[in-house]
Structures are given as structure tokens and as C-alpha cells.
Design a protein around this ligand. Structure first.
Ligand SMILES: Cc1cc2nc3c(=O)[nH]c(=O)nc-3n(C[C@H](O)[C@H](O)[C@H](O)COP(=O)(O)O)c2cc1C
Length: 201
């Protein structure tokens, strides 16, 4: 079966290579509106959005994230219980490459970064994930690429995020880069349905 929504869902890719041109503000607002229309537990709409389009600021946030990843790598023993991935040599190599690169390995030189913030109430993160996916699909439908940046979580307790206006007792629930794609990577394969669905007829 094919229709516009299904094509949008299946055609979206994580974009990690962006053109330098900015996204017009009204389009950014439309993308955020798509997020605001997401379902949320008890219709709490527990999200706050911080939109960063200042290149210098994005660069600084990227450097701060890399610094935090570098710290975790240095104090691996302490973090191993929280992040079991730190026991895996391949993950460690990847994290080292991210943390010690000169390039923007975090936000991929995107012209816009959106932080979706929430507090600890039950189901708020799930609601924010719905908002983030709505935004990525809305962006794709308007010819704009996006990527969810999980690494951004490492700066949720930083001074920089406080200065950026992160409210008290909030954390980064999701973070998206947005921009016009310079190149589109090939589709990431999906597991076969037989591996992930159990039918109870
Ligand atoms: C929770 C979450 C965290 C992610 N974190 C990152 C990240 O930090 N950096 C990145 O480049 N991609 C990140 N991604 C993108 C995934 O790598 C990507 O969605 C996956 O490989 C499937 O590819 P696709 O989005 O093109 O279908 C993240 C995706 C999700 C859902």
C-alpha cells in the first residue's frame, strides 16, 4: 500500500551532511507546530523547544558535547554501570572518534538544532519522542533533512544549556538537527517483519 504519509515515513533518512543555507523561520515554526500536534500523555504537552540557529553557538554546543563524551571515556570505570556500551571495544573506538575529532561530529554542521526539553513526570519522554518524530516527518515532507542527536543528552547538565534557557528540573528528551541535505545516505536496512512481530490471532 502507498500513500503520502507512508511515502514520507519510508522515505525519511537521517541526514548528516547539510547545505549551509538557513531554513526560513516560518518553515521552522511549521516543523515545531507538527511537534506540538503530537499525542501526549493526558494531553500534558510537556515539551519546551529551544531552537538554535546561531552557527557559533551550535559549534560551542558541539565542542561541549565532545568534551563531555571525552570525560566519560576518561572515567570509564565510573560510568560503566550506567552505560554498559562502554564495555564494548567497537563502541569505545566510535566514541573516541566522535570526541576527539576536529569536525562537528555531533550536530554535523547543521544550520539549526532543536532541543526538546521536559521534566521527569511519567510518560513525558514518550510524549516528547512522538513530538520529535512528527517534526522529522514534517521536515521531510517539506524537503528538509533531520537527524535525532542522542549525543546531545551529555550536555543536559551543562552551564551552556542553563544559559540557553533550559528550565529548572528539565532534561533533554530529544534533540534534532535540521537543514537542507547536501547528500542523502542510503537507506538503513530494517529488520524483517518476521523478526519483530509476533501475531496472536
Ligand atoms: C534515540 C536516537 C538517538 C540517535 N542519536 C544519534 C546521534 O547522536 N548521532 C547521529 O548521527 N544519529 C543518531 N541517531 C540516528 C540513527 O542513527 C538513525 O535513525 C538510524 O541509524 C536509522 O537510520 P535512518 O534514520 O536513516 O532510518 C539517533 C536516533 C535515535 C532514534
Amino acid at each position: 500500500m502507498e500513500n503520502e504519509v507512508l511515502r514520507c515515513i519510508k522515505g525519511r533518512r537521517s541526514i548528516r551532511n547539510y547545505e549551509s543555507n538557513e531554513i526560513p523561520k516560518e518553515i521552522m515554526e511549521e516543523i515545531i507546530t507538527a511537534g506540538r500536534y503530537a499525542p501526549s500523555a493526558e494531553n500534558r504537552q510537556p515539551w519546551k523547544f529551544i531552537v538554535v540557529t546561531n552557527r557559533e553557538e551550535i559549534k560551542r554546543l558541539s565542542e561541549e558535547t565532545k568534551k563531555q563524551i571525552g570525560k566519560i571515556l576518561k572515567q570509564r570505570r565510573k560510568w560503566k554501570r550506567k552505560y554498559r556500551e562502554l564495555n564494548d571495544e567497537q563502541t569505545l573506538m566510535f566514541l573516541r572518534a566522535v570526541a576527539f575529532s576536529e569536525n562537528d561530529t555531533i550536530f554535523h554542521d547543521a544550520p539549526a538544532v532543536v532541543f526538546i526539553l521536559t521534566d521527569d513526570e511519567i510518560f513525558n519522554d514518550e510524549s516528547c519522542a512522538c513530538a520529535a518524530q512528527n517534526m522529522m516527518l514534517a521536515a521531510h515532507s517539506m524537503g528538509i533533512g533531520s537527524c535525532w542527536i542522542g549525543f546531545a543528552k551529555f550536555i543536559e547538565n551543562s552551564e551552556m544549556m542553563k544559559e540557553a534557557g533550559m528550565p529548572e528540573r528539565h532534561h533533554i528528551s530529544a534533540c534534532l538537527t535540521l537543514g537542507y541535505a547536501k547528500s542523502i545516505s542510503k537507506a538503513s536496512p530494517r529488520k524483517p517483519t518476521s523478526d519483530v512481530i509476533k501475531w496472536i490471532g
